[in-house]
Write a protein that binds this ligand. Sequence first.
Ligand code: GDP
Ligand code: MN
Length: 396
Amino acid sequence: MNLHEYQGKEILSQHGVRVQRGYVAEKVSEAVSKGKQLLTETNTPCFIVKAQIHAGGRGKGGGVKLAKNLDELEHYSNEILGMMLITPQTSKEGKKVRKIFIGEDVYYPGKNKIEELYISVLLDRTTNKNMVMYSSEGGVEIEQVAEETPDKIFIEKIDPIVGITDLQLQTIATNLNLSNDAFDNMCDFIKKLYTAYLESDASLFEINPVIKSSDNKIIAVDAKVTLDDNALFRHPDFIQYRDEYEEDPLENEAASVGLSYVKLDGNVGCIVNGAGLAMATMDIIKHSGGNPANFLDVGGTADAKRVEAALRIILNDNNVKAILVNIFGGIVRCDRVAQGIVDAYKNIGSIDVPIIVRLQGTNAVEAKEIIDNSGLEVISAISLQSAADKVKNVFA
Ligand code: GDP
Ligand code: MN
């Protein structure tokens, strides 16, 4: 699950990480009153108005504006709330802005230079360790830094038993060219950021930029946070962070009936039981010249209700030119699944793409008979290869 910037900052500040102060607002009037509140709490006269959508590069798309007073804050809030924000990370249509973050301006000038840094904590799946990735080149996209000046990106891998060491904290602060108060503040910042990451069961905390302010404070200005869905049950407080507007409506529908569904770009819809079999099915579709339109695991109970929901979800995708149902009957009996497919087909009414069904395992032969005798345009197969060949014929 991805979070909004303001939610990420909320978690960070609960762990004592210094963040750019601010409030979220859904209406212009609310934004102005939060601005007034900020004015009494901080000594900065300027505000930053930031669109809250699940995509980066908001600054480039006009979703981040510096307001020099309350009038400008009202003006920019009006402009950004409700806009379709297009950034390098959104679709061409952009995303509708429903919330904004009103923050204190932390870039106010002072005697020292302000520096924009990049810091993230994430899981390195090749070494099975968490790592801190950081760079003195913050504020720009890290992919760009990686391409143009890869030597400016540093990594500290964290031992899961020992945790992040003082030496590692000092190495990071040194590589970021910090000294004196800024050095100490950075060590403290990283230590707390790492704790926030661990205690939230996150897979990513990306802070870009982190700034060194003119008075040597280290402040998180942005926050991109991804939480591990499989650990959400340990964090009942985080459920409120879910923003259904930011999620794919089909994926939501699938989740509500207990299907694991991920939409892909291809043309062959897949309905499969078991994640491993789903992967193998996607492979064989590729080998036979098609392209999977989705990953879909109906789970251990491939009953008629679920098969019907799965068919409806897949048929919503206009790219789909064929559907391959691949069920291995272990505990689940193939004849029941076959009946489920026939019932689902009848309930949906007209389905204008060919459906190839491969049922293997318990009662597979009976299942094939049910399909073949149904009078429906469903092509049955028993072996996976013959199912794949039948998919191939659709495209021949
Ligand atoms: P992103 O574009 O989606 O990554 O959004 P960010 O939160 O990173 O903001 C984009 C840019 O806005 C930052 O890189 C800063 O240059 C600028 N910015 C953010 N906060 C402030 C602020 O308080 N004052 C000023 N002057 N600029 C800010
Ligand atoms: Mn950013």
